[in-house]
Design a protein around this ligand. Sequence first.
Ligand SMILES: [Zn+2]
Length: 457
Amino acid sequence: MKCFVTIILDGINNKTFWKLMKKGRLPFIEELSKNSKIYKECITVFPSATVSGHASISTGKFPAEHGLVGQAWFDRERREYIGYDFELTMPDNWVDASTNLNDEHLTAKTGFEIAKELGLRTFSVDLVRKGADLKMSFIKPGEDKGFTSSKLMFLRKFARHTSTKKSSRIKKLLKKVFPFHVLQHEIAVGNTIRAVRSGCRFGVTWFMESDAVSHLYGPDTFEGEHGKRYLYDSAEDAVRDADEEIEKLYKRLSEMYDPVLAILTDHGQSRIEKGKKYRVDLSEVFEKDGINAFTNIDPHEYEKRTGKEGDVIYAVSGPRMAHIYLLKDVLSEVLDVLLSLSAVEFVFFRDGDGLKIGCDGEVTDFDDFEFGEEYPYAKKRVIGLMNNERCGDIVVSSKRGYQLERSDYHGGHGGLNYEDSTGFALIHSPHQKEEIVDRCMVTDILPEIVGMMVERR
Ligand SMILES: [Zn+2]
């Protein structure tokens, strides 16, 4: 009998992944791939961000349809800023994510609901969990009972790969000293095993740390060049730790079932250049032109705090993409600012009925615009976002090397470029022969799994 587990490896750069594979640093995934359908490139949706990506993986739909148009957006009707940015400093967003994200904002049918119709009990160790029978936490052992930011902070600090005997001794020691604070990948695996053992045969599991480490140190960082042992301080650390944990998971699942394992990224990640000019604060930029702009708070809160009326509210994802909402009639002023901003690559907006694109200071009809190979599936990804009323009046994506936030991160995503958009995917099942496919989209994986669930009977 089969069980079906999808593992989301967060934010791994495609080139980094294949470099590690070629060097033999991911021995278990390599082993698994001999009985897998392997997609050399897995392209995400737009924005290339966690919330929209996970929702697309779990529904097989684009953001226009599933409704999660980014890490954050502005609810025009309620005049509320909706934020799902999983920043350690924003615990409120975590609390929101455990409730509204699924109950209120996700508008498409999930794999959990489909699997249930096929008679399977389901679980989620992911932020998307609508319809799952078992909602497990992805940051602490057991079922989800809410989030706390202090635990996350701890996880980030002490998570690291365990490829030497010595390091696993340290891991054991850490667990002894801090019994409730084990490591995120390990927790994800532990909770997945618990769920499958209790009878769940379909689920999604989130490995978070590859994204966090790529932001912190850069998506193209390797051990030996940048890293210290025993701490996550390179992208390689997190991906190798994931490889080890997936091996553990697979072995335990194999004792109970024939495991069908889909492993994929929710998006890629690209390097942010050093220097202040690459880290743009949109509020500051707009302010220089006399436009009152703000983010992260509701308009009434902005007015209360500043005594000013807001012209523009914006919501950043990745942070290389932003939704921009006009609170006043300032479209042409805002476009002028954005079209001349060195951080901005593309500007999308509606003019009458038609979608327009601004690029290199010029505005043209979206239908006439040709994206190059550097922007995989860009056209259908932009349309797959913009056809939702939660989208900004204007949507922007960044040029390579830039981000739309002041933070000191060395990696970012959200944009349409290759690095932000591209990861990898594989679907393993015990009797599958190795099959190599060039490219898929994150939305293609669920339908394949559903096909296999139907076939199983
Ligand atoms: Zn992500």
